[in-house]
Ligand binder design. Structure first.
Ligand SMILES: Nc1ncnc2c1ncn2[C@@H]1O[C@H](COP(=O)(O)OP(=O)(O)OP(=O)(O)O)[C@@H](O)[C@H]1O
Ligand SMILES: [Mg+2]
Length: 246
């Protein structure tokens, strides 16, 4: 894989808001993410995590605030343009092309970014190898184990050669061993690719071990931002979300 380790990109989220008929699902949230960082976004069910990803990626229009990639405004652009600016994501509910093979799923993502078909095949083969999905290459996406479907979602996002990878609950439905493997995989991705990762998940073992920093939402608002240790020790976070579990 080509390396662009020296290129640092910055994703800035400034006072981002999203309302649904009066419900403030995301309420003036600000944070930044740089190449090489893994930032966790946590909070109770309905606290606005998926909505934030949907707004950042252009799937939903913002009600207020702005998103910048390396100083260029992403807000107001349609999803495919935001993808071209270098933001790729996965979905909380897996969205693969079920009737396509595993490798075709990855190829399609590369082609969607303008890569010629022949190059897309190579990118897809490399990514499947990196993700340990090669044995499944020619199987239908719907036939492979659930944990591998989650990895395939990540491979598809990486095929878009993103500067920023936004993962919405990649560990949902995984058992503890699979979650550990995902942790290792995400660390390898961070080490080998010039990418910043924003990850949403309720698997606190994964999040506390993986993330450099955590950003905590409650009812759409930021209630804390800090290292896993700082967040774990924050009384408001414990009462709103963590309880005694972390
Ligand atoms: N398209 C929509 N229309 C109306 N309300 C919505 C829509 N999408 C989300 N909401 C509401 O916005 C709030 C935030 O939802 P969101 O899905 O972003 O939460 P979440 O933090 O991702 O939760 P979870 O951890 O359960 O995935 C919730 O009250 C939800 O019902
Ligand atoms: Mg969600």
């Amino acid at each position: 894989m080509e390396s662009r380790q020296d290129e640092i990109s910055i994703l800035e989220i400034q006072d981002l808001s999203k309302s649904f008929a009066g419900l403030k699902a995301v309420d003036e949230v600000s944070f930044g993410l740089r190449t090489g960082e893994i930032l966790g976004l946590i909070g109770p069910n309905g606290s606005g995590k998926t909505t934030l990803i949907n707004v950042v990626t252009g799937l939903l229009p913002a009600s207020g605030g702005k998103v910048f990639v390396n100083g260029k405004e992403a807000t107001g652009r349609p999803a495919h343009r935001v993808a071209r600016m270098g933001i790729a994501r996965t979905f909380q509910t897996i969205r693969l092309f079920k009737e396509l093979s595993v490798i075709e799923n990855v190829e399609v993502a590369a082609v969607s970014m303008g890569l010629p078909r022949r190059n897309a095949v190579h990118v897809a083969r490399d990514l499947l190898a990196e993700m340990g999905l090669e044995p499944w290459a020619d199987r239908l996406a719907s036939e492979i184990p659930f944990g591998d479907q989650r990895k395939l979602e990540i491979a598809r996002a990486l095929a878009m050669n993103p500067k920023f990878l936004l993962l919405d609950e990649p560990a949902a439905g995984l058992n503890e061993d699979e979650s550990d493997l995902l942790l290792d995989l995400l660390r390898v991705i961070r080490a080998n690719k010039p990418v910043g990762v924003l990850i949403v998940d309720h698997d606190m073992r994964l999040m506390m071990n993986l993330c450099d920093e955590l950003h905590v939402l409650n009812y759409g608002k930021t209630i804390a931002h800090g290292t896993p240790d700082e967040v774990r020790g924050n009384a408001e976070v414990v009462s709103a979300y963590l309880g005694s579990s972390a």
